[in-house]
Ligand binder design. Structure first.
Ligand code: IPD
Length: 263
């Protein structure tokens, strides 16, 4: 076994346990604990509990690694590996009883910043949908034990997903970008969980996904799923508030989408 495969299997086991806890708490009824930056930017008691579980499991298995979580923060450790974790990605869906939420766990080396890191392993559990996505760098991306690959041919119109972020400043540019993308798209999706949008690009269920202002934990594991499934992923165009645009797509539609978004 290589380090990447070991870390992928660890991420998968912990994501499964964490996903079961999230689902159980959801079934028991979930309360919004607080709104963070805006009304849509919420945290539930389950987000905190699930992150604490993931953090303690990782600390037991790999005490020297760093940790960066959406709810509890963190930093680098003594080893070269940092875990970047979103305990419940798609918290608004989760709070409203919609199934599109994921537990996202990634192992990165280098700085805990998407522009400088290398994601070496990751898992995204979708507990309410009964799916587990995983990848190890150089070893492919999988849902369960089925290997994933992005859509192969340039479609007449691409199925494109996006997200609008939580910051009011991004909403005006998001509408503008949408207006430019719609003419080249077959249709648009806004499912509400970045980790699953990326997993779906990897699985060929979407041709592309783009969003401005994503946080490291929203996209760490999903980005590896996309590249290991043969897709392309890049960061572009910083807006006036310093928020970058991330584009992930099959090779067939990537350049065209980037061109349209940059127009
Ligand atoms: C959010 C979701 C959403 C995306 C936001 C993310 P969270 O993550 O991934 O789809 O549009 O930008 O912050 O807050 O539910 O973990």
């Amino acid at each position: 076994m290589t380090l990447e495969l070991d870390l992928r299997d660890l991420a998968t086991d912990i994501a499964r346990e964490a996903g079961e806890l999230a689902k159980r708490r959801r079934d028991e009824g979930v309360a919004i604990a607080a709104s963070k930056s805006t009304l849509a930017d919420i945290v539930t008691e389950a987000d905190r509990e699930v992150e604490a579980l993931i953090r303690s499991r990782l600390a037991e298995a790999r005490p020297d690694d760093g940790f960066l979580g959406e709810e509890s923060g963190g930093g680098t450790g003594a080893s070269e590996v940092t875990w970047v974790v979103d305990p419940i990605d798609g918290t608004v869906n989760y709070a409203f009883g919609q199934p599109a939420y994921g537990v996202s766990i990634a192992a990165v080396t280098g700085p805990a910043d998407p522009l400088g890191w290398q994601v070496i392993a990751g898992a995204v559990a979708a507990p309410a949908l009964g799916e587990m996505f995983s990848a190890a760098r150089g070893h492919g991306a999988f849902v369960g034990d089925r290997r994933l690959s992005v859509t192969a041919e340039a479609p007449a119109g691409a199925l494109v997903a996006t997200g609008f972020g939580y910051d009011p400043e991004t909403h005006a540019s998001a509408l503008d970008e949408l207006r430019r993308v719609m003419p080249i798209a077959r249709d648009i999706r806004r499912a509400g969980a970045a980790s699953l949008d990326l997993a779906y690009v990897a699985a060929g269920r979407l041709d592309a996904y783009y969003e401005r202002g994503l946080k490291p934990w929203d996209m760490a594991a999903g980005s590896l799923l996309v590249t290991e499934a043969g897709g392309r992923l890049g960061w572009f165009e910083t807006d006036a508030w310093g928020r970058r645009m991330m584009v992930a797509a099959s090779a067939a539609v990537y350049d065209r989408l980037v061109e349209v978004l940059a127009t």
